[in-house]
Design a protein around this ligand. Sequence first.
Ligand code: ZN
Length: 134
Amino acid sequence: MTPAQQELFDAAMAAMANAHAPYSHYPVGAAVRASSGTVYSGCNVENAAYPQGWCAEASAIAAMVTAGEREIVEVLTVCQGDLVGTCCGGCRQKLREFAALDVPVFACGPDGIRATFTLGQLLPHSFGPEHLAP
Ligand code: ZN
């Protein structure tokens, strides 16, 4: 793992520790690096009214946007279990709003990086902001 990946991983692990996942028991952490170099992290936040919960990636994106940034250059997620956990479909689209198709997405477990994708691999033939450009 590179130092940059380690920084993302540490931020995502810390976020996962704060996940609110009393229903799924599936805590997730996410970290995005914005074009400034700053890392923003988030966790999943579930709700007793299940559809009102949201994913870790959404939390991280919200933190980035709240800070005034709009461009993601790296993404890392971490979850537990033995499987490679990748971003859900909705989060792939949320990332697409702020990340180019060649942005790397590192899918991690607590042991480290398990798989690396580009956003374009995770969301091929996607719809993005350029489709609405005047
Ligand atoms: Zn998601």
